[in-house]
Ligand binder design. Sequence first.
Ligand code: SF4
Length: 431
Amino acid sequence: MHSVDIITMGCSKNLVDSEQLMRQFKKFGYKIYHNPERTHGDVAVVNTCGFIGDAKEESVNMILELCDAKERGELKKVFVMGCLSERYLNELVEEVPQVDKFYGKFNWKDLLSDLCGDYDESLRNRRVLTTPKHYAYLKISEGCDRKCAYCAIPIITGSHKSRPMEEILDEVRELVAEGVSEFQVIAQELTYYGIDLYKEQRLPRLIEEMARIPGVRWIRLHYAYPTHFPKDLLRVMREYPNVCNYLDIALQHIADPVLQRMQRHITKAETLALLQEMRREVPGICIRTTLMVGFPGETEEDFNELLDFVREVRFDRMGAFAYSEEEGTYAALNYEDDVPEEVKQARLDKLMSVQERISAELCAAKVGQRFTVVIDRQEGDYYIGRTEADSPEVDCEVLVPVSEQSLQTGAFYTAEITGADEFDLYATIVD
Ligand code: SF4
């Protein structure tokens, strides 16, 4: 076997696992590919997602596609790992016998020893980056101890495990030495960092230590949780220019009866107070959130309260999805999935159209302003970049005409915004 295709489904946390596996395969001399569009003949490994209905379906379809390719002789072996096989191992083994072997989320090292040799501890946390070389995802913990009623993640990933601070800081130094200057800090639940290992919330301290490492240009925080939010993080954001004034914090809903049934352990009043404090303590902070519609028992009144909340708060970035009943969760075991699918969809569409208008207004308001942008790539007639308020893959992009001047990927420039549409900005480089 000479080549291995690693196909990552789902989230950036899965991507980090794939990148670590790729580094191990590289040690054994494998040619490594990370492109779901095309396989290269020998081994294919699908790192699956098992979060919610749609994501599970995508992972199953990818597995079946690769099994068909093997059937046609375009592949020798197909292996499956990750969250879907962690959650449904027995069912998958029975239903998809064409797969050579299934692994879970945490025993992918067995795949290595089955195929090529023992996991190399000296390469622990080393990765083959699949992102543009100037930024990387940095996973600081695994698992989650929260018990949100709708969520299957704790069932899949188990309890919260923080990585030791020194190990994370060493990884940052190694990545900086490899040319990485921007870090997307991720976890299942970011703000819980340290409670298991140090018996206290250590996220502010970790980010402060990271910000002091030479060569770290931007640190962006994702997957924060509102309850018991570590307020000292706001000081760190304010005091360190290389900690982006950006926070991805999933709020899910705002109506108290829904928050209660979701077991989010926070109230509407506490949520509003937290958002106000964030905007007061970190002026201009970019807040991204995720909301859910159609949770069991959600009334029209609850939904209208959510709509008003979105209109009032005007989030810079917002994602939303409809409740999907996940077996084994508290909600699936205790609530009837009583909001009809068409009502869920109608609420989702309405919420997204409100946000689209807000996003367009916020983008338009940036015309004429100047921002630091990092260039990620060139695409046709434009260089594609981002401001500190843009996380890769999910937020806005800044388009700079190639005709104006030659720009370097991974370099930071000062750009003046010359135009905007719902989600993207157009700019010219001024410095
Ligand atoms: S905090 Fe996030 S990962 Fe944890 S249970 Fe809640 S929704 Fe799931």
